[in-house]
Design a protein around this ligand. Structure first.
Ligand SMILES: [Zn+2]
Length: 342
């Protein structure tokens, strides 16, 4: 009897433990090489804005034990070609060749993105991190993953780097999820203070990817009016929300409930990606909004609820903007706490 009871308890533990392990670990994709994308003195997209987040997480007593930090590879040219035009990839390589010891930085001819010697290599690794986030959630290592990367990606279109972005990591990861895992419907939620013009443009005519963005207006890059709803097959698969300067998180939370949730009842996403720009945080250097850490937690909670409802809990977060290192660290902590409690 005693042995039988022991046997049943063991069975019970075996059935519970893997679920427990899965529900409490979050995969973080980070590599020190992300700090090697050198934008020059005084540039707001500086290494410290990422390095500070990682230092903060590693010394955090309750969050740190819940994180797994797997290694990963850079995206290949083939992965990038699923989003970007070959002519643009060639242009980037050619412009990189123009760098010399006397000219260590240049601004891409396509837009306001500074590159230096390691930038393309680092940006490919950042796309690879987002793809590894897809692997983590699709292979059930974690329900959620957070790619802590530089440079950001959501302004990069198929043929144009701009807004500090070179390759569009969220778009590359979306294509990867579709090709590698046969995911049919992907929701991308962009919470950066700026509109993700690149991501919207790349998926504008597709009905397999739904794009939602709430962003400060007016602000760079000035696209993303609520009237922009997608084209062709993609019509109705884009939601843009204007947020006036000075606003806190109330407007995005309302839009997530009143606009995104009913749309997702119809779309039923199998996977949720988040362009996790943190420059809507109060006192950001480039943004003029006033999101709080509690606001970021509430946004994360809403997206986790949607993911639990439709997407087996799968969310992949990819860092975009956010220009005050301390704010980035506290906002990421608030989001991760929600993902750990998922
Ligand atoms: Zn931004």
């Amino acid at each position: 009897m005693h042995i039988l009871r022991h046997y049943f308890i063991s069975l019970l533990l075996l059935s519970v433990l893997p679920i427990e392990a899965q529900s409490t670990s979050v995969t973080v994709l980070y590599d020190d090489r992300f700090l090697l994308h050198d934008t020059g003195a005084g540039h707001p997209e500086k290494p410290d804005r990422l390095g500070f987040i990682v230092q903060h997480l590693k010394k955090h007593k309750t969050i740190s034990p819940k994180l797994r930090w797997p290694t990963f590879s850079a995206a290949t040219r083939e992965h990038l070609l699923s989003v970007h035009q070959a002519s643009y990839l060639d242009l980037l390589d050619a412009e990189l060749q123009q760098l010399t010891p006397a000219r260590p930085y240049l601004t891409l001819s396509t837009g306001d993105t500074v590159i230096s010697k390691k930038s393309l290599e680092v940006a490919k690794l950042a796309s690879g991190a987002a793809m590894a986030g897809i692997d983590a959630v699709m292979q059930h290592n974690s329900k959620s993953a957070f790619a802590l990367v530089r440079p950001p990606g959501h302004h990069a279109t198929a043929d144009r780097g701009m807004g500090f972005c070179i390759y569009n990591h969220v778009a590359v990861a979306t294509r990867y999820a579709q090709k590698r895992y046969g995911v049919q419907r992907v929701l991308i939620v962009d919470i950066d203070v700026h509109h993700g013009n690149g991501t919207q443009d790349i998926f504008d005519e597709h009905d397999s990817v739904f794009y939602f963005s709430a962003h400060q207006h007016p602000l760079y890059p000035r696209s993303g009016r609520p009237t922009e709803k997608g084209h062709g097959k993609g019509e109705g698969y884009t939601i843009n929300v204007d947020v006036p300067v000075g606003s806190d998180e109330a407007i995005i939370l309302k839009a997530l409930n009143a606009q995104l949730e009913p749309a997702m009842q119809r779309f039923r996403p199998e996977l949720i990606l988040v362009s996790a720009g943190l420059d809507a945080h109060q006192s950001d250097l480039l943004g003029g909004l006033s999101y709080t850490d509690a606001g970021y937690a509430a946004i994360a909670q809403k997206l986790v609820t949607l993911a639990n409802q439709y997407a087996q809990g799968r969310t992949v977060w990819v860092l975009e903007g956010g220009y005050v290192p301390e704010n980035n660290a506290s906002a990421v902590e608030a989001i991760l706490q929600v993902l750990i409690d998922q």
